[in-house]
Design a protein around this ligand. Sequence first.
Ligand code: ZN
Length: 269
Amino acid sequence: MDILTHTLSGVAIGTVVSSFANSGFKNRLKIVLISGFAGAFPDLDAISLWSGFDSTIGDFFNLSVSGEEIYSEKYWYSHHAFLHSMLAGILIAVFLGLTSYMIDIKHKGLKSRSVLDFLKQKRIMMIGFFLGFLIHLIEDMPTPASTWGGVNFFWPSKFYIGGTGEIWWWNNYDIFLIVICVIIINLILPIIQRFVNFDLRKFTVGVFILGFLFATIQIKTRGFDFAYTGHATKYQEFEVKSKEIQKEILGDRLYRIMENLDNKLKINF
Ligand SMILES: [Zn+2]
């Protein structure tokens, strides 16, 4: 799926997780931003496609294969491999927690606090990162199998899951719009809560579950099979079809707005 929807899905997770934090606006905003960052994070493994990869990172690690080959292969550092696994999400969340502990020790001199106490206090932020990371992996599962056969969710196991080809790599404007709705509603809820008393957590979770259900229905009812393994032979045809489907779902007017946005963005969206 496209990087913008991934990032915003992380933000949507952040709006849910932050409602569990009994802290001020600044801390809640931090949780939302970290979750959004986590939503984009797994695709860092596409760095091997960067034109300067071979002469820098490839050279440094003395890699015998080119970045382009690495991308489509099934090395642990290839696309959809380690960085698209649950374990990577946990390890990076803990790593970030420890890094923030070190920074706090250096700048605020919190020597008396144990690491565990600190991590416990930062748990909501770490959970936000992990879930933002996780939603990315889930969103990649209905894309085509391509050369990987899904995502290496249970790394170090060699097993790849997903790759069902229910949706195209991008042009999933309907899913994007659902994610945007979840974010907007969950951001408005704390404002309403100032006037009406209700359990914010239950509502943000409920809104997210509803959005997830709607997105799942959209994914399952595309009515077209985008599945392929290896390198796509009908790439252009699938690309066109994915846009046609969007036009049907969104109607001419909304589709035109989304296509305009797509054309303005420098990324595949
Ligand atoms: Zn991905």
